[in-house]
Design a protein around this ligand. Structure first.
Ligand SMILES: Cc1cc2nc3c(=O)[nH]c(=O)nc-3n(C[C@H](O)[C@H](O)[C@H](O)COP(=O)(O)O)c2cc1C
Length: 221
């Protein structure tokens, strides 16, 4: 089966930031696995997959988060599935870290010499090409940006199979991080929260999409 351009664009038009889900409808397991698989298959810099996804189904913890998540007042309680997107911290992403060493060896299956070379290129990238070690928070931003690629892919994949979603940055970082620590979800050592993503089925149709014209956002030289 070949999916047509119009079908794909229909999915992009179908996707909107859904503000409230039907609490009575649950996404089938197989559909949600498909959505997660598109996150797993997402591209990342050097293939280092600097992310983790926590599917938060516990209603009590969701309720605690709601107090500090102004952008998800109606989606946190009604989402069929609610995902927290985490990115790895700086210490995890340094070339000599256990994580980077193990992903090169165990996941990418690089022989020792190839891993050493890749590590050298990667160090130069961090140190001088992108200067990610100069500024406090720069590696966090970089890992977070990559995690948003998975975010986008999950939303589009969901829309393609008729599932609604809403990305959520509307939260207060300090209290949310405290709750995640208290609940044993994230201690802040290896990962930091970058975004949330709610999934479910809309209760009402959204207002028509607004977008700037193509000529205002694209330049050809
Ligand atoms: C990174 C990001 C964070 C967002 N945070 C929130 C949020 O906290 N709550 C919310 O209701 N919508 C949130 N949105 C949705 C945007 O407001 C929405 O995508 C935008 O207005 C365009 O509308 P559309 O997605 O319906 O086409 C967020 C979108 C993105 C990409």
């Amino acid at each position: 089966m070949v999916i047509s351009k119009e079908q794909i664009l229909d999915a992009y038009r179908f996707r909107h930031a859904c503000k409230e889900f039907d609490p009575g409808r649950r996404i089938p397991e197989d559909d949600f696995s498909f959505i997660l698989e598109t996150a797993r298959l997402s591209p990342s810099s050097y293939g280092f997959e600097p992310w983790k996804f926590v599917v938060l189904q516990n209603p009590e913890i969701r309720e605690k988060l709601k107090a500090h998540t102004w952008g998800a007042q109606k989606t946190l309680p009604t989402a069929s599935h609610f995902v927290l997107l985490f990115a790895r911290t700086k210490q995890e992403l340094l070339p000599e870290s256990d994580y980077i060493q193990s992903i090169m060896k165990d996941v990418q299956q690089l022989p020792p010499e190839a891993a050493e070379n890749k590590g050298r290129v990667y160090r130069k990238f961090l140190e001088s090409d992108f200067k990610l070690l100069d500024r406090e928070g720069a590696t966090d931003d970089w890992a977070g940006k990559q995690t948003y690629i998975a975010l986008g892919n999950m939303m589009t994949a969901a829309a393609l199979i008729g599932i609604d979603s809403c990305p959520i940055e509307g939260f207060e970082q300090d209290p949310i991080n405290r709750i995640l620590r208290e609940e044993g979800i994230n201690d802040g050592e290896s990962f930091h929260l970058v975004c949330m993503l709610a999934f479910g089925y809309r209760v009402r149709e959204p207002r028509p999409k607004t977008r700037r014209e193509m000529s205002e956002i694209v330049e050809w030289k």
